[in-house]
Structures are given as structure tokens and as C-alpha cells.
Design a protein around this ligand. Sequence first.
Ligand SMILES: Nc1ncnc2c1ncn2[C@@H]1O[C@H](COP(=O)(O)OP(=O)(O)OP(=O)(O)O)[C@@H](O)[C@H]1O
Length: 591
Amino acid sequence: MRENGPMTRESAPIEDWYDGAYPARTTAKLFSDQRWRLAGAAAAYAVKHSPVWLMPVLTAEVIDIVVEKRPLSQLWVVAAIMAVVIAQNLPLSVLYIRWLSQSVRTVETNLRMSLARRLQELSIGYHRRMSAGVLQAKIVRDVENVVEASRQTFDSTMGAVSTLAGALVLTAVRTPEFLPVFLVTVPIAAGLVFATRRRMKDRNAAFRKQVEAMSARVSEMTHLIPITRAHALENRELDRLDGTLVGVRDAGIRLDMLNGRFGALAWITFQLLSVACLIGAAWAAYTGTFDLTPGDIVMLSSYFMQLTGSVTVLMNLAPVITKGLESVRSMADVLSEEDIEHNDGKMSVPAVDGRVTFEQVAYQYDDAAAPAISDLTLDVPAGETIALVGPSGSGKSTVLNMVIGFLRPTSGRILVDGQDMAELDLRSYRKHIAVVPQESLLFEGSVRDNVTYGSKDLSDEVVLAALSDANAAGFVEEMGGLHAVIGERGSRLSGGQRQRIAIARALIRNPRVLVLDEATSALDGTSERLVQQALERLMAGRTTFVVAHRLSTIRGADRIAVMENGRIVEVGSHAELVASGGAYAALSTSS
Ligand SMILES: Nc1ncnc2c1ncn2[C@@H]1O[C@H](COP(=O)(O)OP(=O)(O)OP(=O)(O)O)[C@@H](O)[C@H]1O
């Protein structure tokens, strides 16, 4: 247990203390900021709900007034009290809903925000491992489960507890002989819940896993649709989905069956108990064992029904709560995950010159048998363009990811301007780099939004200049200017146009270090020239790491590093490498 003062606990972000191993305690903590609102809601509920336990007493009075032929004026008094008791329900319900809704919705928002925040801190490796579909399910579905379970628990518990308390007090006042009945029902209910708790938890966990597998599958399937359709593999994809759907169905049926059996068992037990109580009261009055009026019997009968009803409601919460707690555990996969990039407290770099040095760097992926990079030593002075070439799988992308800081060397060091990257606040370093990936990532929005992504307060002139340097001004003009909308993920643009928008985006950042993964897909001659020209403008004067596929890019580079099996086998300019007659010379004559 950590020592936390009430102040620090309230202000500490959820992800700092979230603990999936203790879901109930964690949920309570989630709501701890809301305790005053919840207390208000509870008070409002108790009052609004009072007709439920007051009406049977008032009804008993009415019956006794009739049976005992008391003065009629008493009837009007009771009627007036009933009217007031019922009418207060409206204003107090409104208050109750307002306070409960405010607390529950606030917790919901805070949870989603901290999940999103943590996703932005988790390493790129984590995101590669986790399916986007699963993460989405956590933010959307699990948060909803927790919030709905909390709301229902609060609502049902308040209802049941206030009904029980009212019934208990009034029974104690009018017919204390029947108090023991209340005492046996609670242990029976607790026993039933306890007996099924373990299985309920397991089946909820199994069901959630199946739903997550389905989310991952669906997200993959939607992603693959263009490829699937192009290869006429629709049926194969549907078969694969079918397997996951069947899994969800079977786990769902098992869960429903358990919940159903539990519900039915609870209902039967308590109905029997309720009947026993009614018959018992009738017998006691008939034989004169206790002194009961007919009004008392009607009242007791209502209370027995309410008592059993409340306990059943409470017991039916068990599945809801179990599901909510399972979702609390599920969110811990994100909120308690340790694989985050640690930047806080590290050195911030206000400016970058652009020298990047690899010192005997090795990198091995977590699940890989052999290192992807071994013994890589390379000094790239500021402003140099270095082209990485080599066969597929030789480690080029791994090097790029290390330059961005997505991957940290397993051994060795990478220095930026002589500073070990491990000691830098990578967020400050990355302000000075730009990345142009193979597949340009564009989003739904205007051309301007896409180009300025993340850079604020840029004038139209600056954006237009970047577009013009990227050879994109012409087609942007034709599309309708800076505010023309790019379809989702750039669907309205050609491949070459998308690349040029991505180049403009990189240009506008005016980076010192450029990380470029040249698109492999061939463009037609004109488009190719426009992209090439834009790239040359982008690379000029900046340290550039480029995984190069075009001959012109390779030849234009200051140096070329030829990679094989995670090692650099040759470095030098085009002319030097050709002259030395090594691997590069063999490659360039064969192409
Ligand atoms: N996430 C990963 N987990 C495990 N191994 C990986 C991972 N990513 C890459 N590898 C392995 O590391 C090696 C280097 O991969 P890398 O992607 O850097 O090669 P590359 O030269 O960029 O290839 P390509 O030209 O095909 O993109 C390969 O053997 C690859 O199988």
C-alpha cells in the first residue's frame, strides 16, 4: 500500500495508482473524488424512494380505519399524507439523477482520458504487439461496462437498502415479533452469491477474452478488405471470422446459462420464503399467537414481498458487478503496462545540430532468435545524406526506428550531437526530426490540417511555400486550395500526390534530422520526377537517413551504407563503392 494523502491521491493521474489486481478497491478509488456528489445522490434517493416503504403502513391505516369504523376524517388525513409522499418524488428524482449522472459521467471521462494518455506514452513496440481493435474495445466497451455496473450497483443498492431499512424500522415499530424473518434472508442470499462467485468470475473472463479476440479479428478484417477482395479470398476471411464469432457465442451462452440458473434459484428461494412468511403471519393472527390486525397482515405481506424483492435485486447485481470488475482488470492491460517511454526528468534538447553516431549498436527484437542489428558503428555528420541499402530483412527499417528513438539499442549507444540518446527527453529531440514513411499517413481533414499537423500558428504563405517546394502547389490549387478536404486517409489523392503532401508536412517542420523510407511502389515518370525533386529539396542541408529504393536517391546520397544480416558491410560514396568492386558494385551492375 502506498501512503497517499487525500490531496495527492485526488490529483494523481489514474494510471499512477490503477491496480487491476484489486478491482473493487480500484473502482472505489475511481469514485473517491465524487464522494460528496454521491452522498447527495444517496440522500436524495432515500427521500424519493420513501413511498415504497411508507405506502404499506398508510395502506394498513386505511384498512384499519375501515375495519374498525374509525372517524372518516382520519381517512382524509391519510390521503393527504399519501399525496405529499408521492408528489415529492419528482423534484428529488431530478436531484438524484443529476448528482449520480454527474459523478458517473465524470469518472467515465477521466477513465477514457487516462487510457488515451497512457496509449500515447506506451512504446511503439507495445502498439505493434497489441491489436488496435483490442485497445479500442477497452476504451469504448470496458469503460462503459465499469460505468454501467457502478451506476446500476448504486441505483439497485440504494433502492434495496432504503426499502429494507424502511421495512425493518416500521416492522420493528408495528410488529416486532416478525423482525427475525429479516435476519434469515440475508445469510441465505450471501451464501448463494458466494457459492457461484468463482464460476461467475471465470466465465466473465472467458467471455471478455473471446470478445477481445473478435475485436482484433474484425479490425484486421476491415483493414485487409481491399487485399482480400483483390485476391478473391472473401470466403476464407469469413471462415476465419466465423471461428471467432462461434467462440464469442459459446462463451456467451455459458455465461448466460450460469447467470440464468443463478437468477432462477434466487427467485425460487425467496418466493418460497415470502410465502412462508405470509402463511406464518396469517396463522399467528388466526390462532391468536400474536395480536395482529388485518391491516398488519396486509402490511407485513407487502414488506415480505419488498424484502425478497430487494434481496433478489441485490443478488442480480452479482453478474453485473462481476462483469464490471472484469473490465476494471481488462483496463489494467493498458493502465498498468510498464512498457512506456520514460522521458520525464531527462535532458531536454532545445536545438539539434544533426550529427548522429552509432557506437557498436546491437538490437534484438523481444521474440526474435537472432539480433536484427549487430555491431553497427557509423558516424553521420550533420547535414549528410546516408542511404541504407541491402536485401529485405537486412535491418534497414530497424536502423530508422532507432534514429527516431522508437527502438533502444540492446547494447551500444546512439549519440545525437555527442549526447547519448538514452539520456535525452525524446519528445524534445523529436521536435527536430521529421519522418516520411513509405505509406504516407494522411487523415480526414483539409490540406492545410494535414500539412501543418501539430505545428500551430503557421501563416498560409508558409504552408503554400512548403507545398510549392514539395511540388504539390499545382494539384492543391486544382483541388480548391488549402482548405480543400482530403478524403479519409487521402483516398482522393494519387500515390504520388500523397507522398508530396507528406513531404510538405516534413518541410514545414524544418527538421534537422530526416528519416525517410522511400516508397517502393513505382510511380510514372512525371510523378516520379516531381517526387524526386521534392525529396531533394527536403533533404538539402539536413542529416538524412533514407532507406533508398530509387537509383537516383542512392546515387545522390553523400554516402551509402550497404547492409546484410544486420551489419554494415560497406560504406562509401557511389563512386567509391563501385570502384572497390564489393557487394554494392555487384548490386548496381545487376540492377
Ligand atoms: N517486430 C519484430 N519482431 C521480431 N523480429 C523483427 C521485427 N521487426 C523486424 N524483425 C526482424 O529483424 C530483421 C530486420 O528487419 P528490418 O525490418 O529492419 O529489415 P529491412 O532491411 O528494413 O527489410 P525490408 O527491406 O524488407 O523492409 C528481420 O530479420 C526481421 O525479420
